[in-house]
Ligand binder design. Sequence first.
Ligand SMILES: [Zn+2]
Length: 136
Amino acid sequence: MARKKINESSEETRVPERVTAEVIEEIKVALVQKKAALSRNINSELDEMRTAAEGHHLADMDDLGGDANDEETNYKILEIESAELDQIDYALERIDNGSYGVCEECEKPINPERLRALPFASLCITCKRSQEAAEG
Ligand SMILES: [Zn+2]
């Protein structure tokens, strides 16, 4: 049996290595693709909502309740998607100006593992946790 305890105690204090240019390039490609897919989604949802809104003029009053719910759900999805789009834009901006992969709060490098899992993370896990704790 191999022992895998060597790094365990130093894990917490170890300064994460800064994300490499290769990984950033990889993340950038993924972000650009995600952005294109999201933009397409948002556009088709907007189209659908426009069509649905036009349909309202012809709909019976009885149906409006259900439609309003649908609309609310659509708005929520759109809201989430456009927030995500903003985050992608922001991440791409940071990649372009060279500040990507550095925590906005403490200016330490963000763990590359974290960036791979969460490409638009702009805070390191420590700052993110204390921010979440502050927000409750
Ligand atoms: Zn930080």
